[in-house]
Ligand binder design. Sequence first.
Ligand code: NAP
Length: 492
Amino acid sequence: MGREPGLYIGGTWRHAANGATRDIINPADGTILTIVDEAQPTDATEAVAAARTAFDSSSWPQTPVNQRAALLDRIAELLVRDREEIARIETLDTGKTLRESYIDVDDVVAVFRYYARLATISSDRLVDTGDPTIVSRVISEPIGVCVLIAPWNYPLLQICWKIAPALAAGCTMVVKPSEVTPLSTVALVRLIDEAGVPAGVLNLIQGSGAAVGAALTDTADVDLISFTGGAATGVAVSRAAAPHITRVALELGGKNPHLVFADADWNSAIDAVITGVFLHSGQVCSAGTRLIVERSIADAFVAELKTRAEAIRFGDGLDPRSQTGPLVSTAHREKVESYVRLAISEGAVLVTGGQRPTDPQFGAGSYFPPTIFDHCDRSMRIVQEETFGPILTVERFTTERQAIDMGNDTSYGLAAGVRTADPARAERVARALRHGTVWINDFGIYTPAAEWGGFGRSGNGRELGPAGLAEYQETKHVWTNTSPQEVGWFAD
Ligand code: NAP
């Protein structure tokens, strides 16, 4: 039997125009999982044209909102039906544990359901002009053709945070997963096809960003690019979009501080710091990679973190005993290792980890152990740059002001945590931190109804919540004169 086609353009599944393919690797053991289509620029241009035609010439943008909401609910139902299979695909492709993949599927079910409800709540409003003969309305309309680009760390979750509001708003779209982890997106698009999305409304391109990026972003046919990924690629996307004045929403990286005061509940603080940084082997944009801990408890705190980090069981994500999986690829592990060498050269003190496991059972996979560096300071690159691996740096503070200044001393601003038993201090610190999300005595949690996004170089848009829908809408002012009279300006 032939390979299944992996590009979805204008409602039809097909192969890449020139027949190009790519091997998809299982990071747990280095084997080839499957072979997928590798789209070329011509495929991407066709996908944009299909989305443009569906927006300009089909009835989709005007579809009654309850019909769009029904489509979203149907997608959620199909995700529930195929939960096991999609979670398994996500684990095989990304390396994350099955437990995490189930959480991701459950999250996106909730996101589709949330936007199904929100779509039916009109945000249109009447403006009081003081003139009873005038009806002034501010209405929301779909923004148009959207290009949705997702990273490899949360392939299913990140793309759904875009697709659900884009469909709810009445947009058409071209979806591009990372070339490294496209499989759950292909499975999702098959479900969306099954759910009855009209032809051309949603199109799928698989292929390398370097190859198809320009065709998707440097074009006047696109109205919005919603991008999640690294800062350097975000800059490239913004540059490509600029000549066309295309709107760009960016969800970029993070270097997220976790502030722990001496009065914090000890056990939950230890647990949250460990989970916040080492979940998914640190490949999380909001990972709490910078521990900023009060000096009086720092030595004991780091000693316990060491014990806990060394007890983490890493292994194949499909193995229920694994608590965390491998890094996404051997190339990515090399990048993480280069940061370990950098940290040592900068004078950071290695507490644990830092070297590939020597056990032969991990030989073929791209594993890297939880790693902690103590006695770090804000001048070090290991403290300022996103490593996107299982690396925790430790800095110490004495006063609340110092803790805040350290937490804000980053070009990023995605997420932060503060742990203290003092509610007034928690509130002061949360308000002072310049980050898109601040958790008080918690870490890493999000919910479909609350906005997600970054300050500074972490991005410029918002996903989830009402603002996540507004990203996909244009605002229009409609002014109706119910009793037209001559203005008479040029009468005399
Ligand atoms: P990346 O290298 O920037 O890639 C992101 C996406 O952009 C991929 O689909 C990539 O395709 C594509 N791409 C690459 N070059 C492109 C170009 N010139 N034009 C258009 N698209 C292009 O990021 P990543 O390594 O996949 O993901 C990790 C980054 O994402 C981290 O910095 C992480 O913090 C960030 N992230 C942020 C959030 C958030 O919510 N703020 C969430 C998750 C991840 P290929 O992979 O096929 O090349």
